[in-house]
Design a protein around this ligand. Structure first.
Ligand code: SDX
Length: 433
């Protein structure tokens, strides 16, 4: 546990009463004031809509420095992991806290590859959806339903059960995601091929058909693997916080991950990658960029530049920088040019020179460029957030394990500032106006 060595004094100016609250310091970044004694001392709540200034937990998994644009997974810089590691190795790192030895990586890879299949009856779930159902709606339902198939290992207080659940979720998400896509286009669901690595297996399940051979494109596979790594975790974002809150009630982990997928779906969060592509298509040509930038600045227009801004990053999102660099390389290697990429780079240039965006420190975030690469790989726009959910599953389940395993873990139950009616008497309908 982080140490507490100094305090902060809070004075209630109404009564002169004061208390000293301990400040807990971590290993990186700001310390945190433990305000547990605050309400007891003053009879007041701390109000922080959107949790802008609130640390909900102590965690050892991911560190972000928003001012410097730093992202570390278990202390390793995202730039080094994206360049030198693999998503499977990053999953091991996030779950276990250390990079694996060669033997550990081999064992982990074998375990993940041998949990990729779905229970045959899962296939019937898809039949209940319309073909044009959004794949995120199907994914939310199917992941929540996974708990119905795994009563054998659902003791959340058993470390072994927690880890096998993590392995099952990481392994089955690509199979589920690809099945959502295949169902939506009326093609047969493709079984995983355990000889392939994570990203290659997913591409094959997405794009192969029974009537012909399918060769995984190594450029596509590598690009997708890096995108998975970049999306693996991001400390206490909205969906990770949702998973933690759901988990704090001791709900089963599949239900908690399903809740996380729901939270991620919003366009303010993981749904932004799909919204960026639709926005770029709506802009259509560089000449219209100023019109959209003005709309994004308008107080009366709800339009926002999708893929711009971040609660924590007030500098470049390091993931956006990596993906932007990849775009050039991937489009070149795939002999693919995309006018939307040209619009995106022009839009970034215009926005980053605009006083509004400079003053509010609005930079491109991870979602701004990721869709360009996914589109170049052939992934349909309505599958973009599904890809994000697949990649983030390891982060969610690592955060869930950390929360459940924490000594003294409590149910999350925030309070409120009540601004409604004081108590009043019921009026029978015949006496109402
Ligand atoms: C992700 O939290 C994470 O870590 C998330 C994530 C992860 O890996 O889990 O990084 C993934 O969700 C990335 C964010 C994807 N969302 C978008 O790209 C949607 C567009 N961006 C926003 O709506 C917004 O920037 C948020 C939601 C990302 C952050 O919102 P905040 O922190 O609550 O900031 P805010 O809404 O209070 O905005 C501050 C100001 C406001 O203006 P004022 O009221 O102060 O005058 O900046 C403006 C906003 O209007 N603003 C924007 C803007 N984003 C913020 N104006 C125009 N376009 C935008 N994109």
């Amino acid at each position: 546990m982080a140490e507490t060595r100094d305090t902060i004094t809070i004075v209630d100016n109404r009564t002169g009463k004061q208390i000293e609250l301990p400040i807990r310091h971590g290993t990186e970044g700001p310390g945190a004031v433990e305000i547990g004694a605050f309400t007891k001392a003053f009879g007041l709540f701390a109000l922080d809509p959107g949790f802008v200034s609130t640390a909900s937990c102590e965690s050892k998994i991911t560190y972000i420095d928003g001012e410097e644009g730093v992202l570390l997974y278990r202390g390793y810089p995202i730039e080094q992991l994206a360049e030198k590691s693999s998503y499977t190795e990053v999953c091991y790192l996030l779950l276990n806290g250390e990079l694996p030895t060669r033997e550990q990586l081999g064992e982990f890879t074998h375990t993940i590859r041998h949990h990729t299949m779905l229970h045959e009856q899962m296939g019937r779930f898809f039949q209940g959806f319309r073909r044009d159902a959004h794949p995120m709606a199907i994914l939310v339902g199917c992941v929540g339903a996974l708990s119905a198939f795994y009563h054998d290992h659902l003791d959340i207080h058993d470390p072994h059960d927690r880890m096998i659940t993590a392995h099952r979720l990481i392994a089955k998400m690509p199979t589920l995601a690809a099945a959502c896509y295949k169902y939506s286009i009326g093609q047969p669901i493709v079984y995983p091929d355990n000889r392939l690595d994570y990203a290659a297996n997913f591409l094959r399940m997405m794009f192969s058909v029974p009537c012909e051979d399918y060769q995984v494109d190594p450029v596509q596979s590598r690009a997708l693997d890096v995108i998975f790594t970049l999306h693996a975790d991001h400390e206490q974002n909205a969906s990770a916080s949702t998973v933690r809150l759901a988990g704090s009630s001791l709900a089963n982990p599949y239900a908690c991950i399903s809740a996380g997928i729901s939270a991620l779906w919003g366009p303010a969060h993981g749904g932004a990658n799909e919204a960026v592509l639709r926005m770029l298509a709506e802009i259509g040509r560089a000449e219209r960029i100023p019109e959209f930038v003005e709309r994004a600045k308008s107080k009366t227009d709800p339009f926002r530049l999708m893929g711009f801004g971040h609660r924590v990053y007030k500098n470049f999102d390091p993931r956006a920088k990596i993906i932007r660099g990849m775009c050039h390389e991937v489009l070149r290697q795939l002999h693919h040019s995309d006018p939307l990429f040209d619009i995106a780079t022009k839009l970034e240039e215009v926005a980053l020179h605009d006083d509004y965006f400079i003053e509010k420190k609005l930079y491109p975030n991870v979602d701004f460029y990721s869709g360009i690469i996914l589109k170049a790989i052939g992934i349909p726009v309505n599958m973009f957030t599904v890809i994000f959910a697949m990649a983030r599953t390891v982060g969610w389940i690592a955060q869930w394990i950390e929360m459940i395993a924490e000594p003294g873990q409590k149910i999350g139950r925030p309070r409120q500032l009540y601004a409604g009616h004081p108590a009043r008497e019921y009026i029978p309908v015949e006496r109402r106006g």
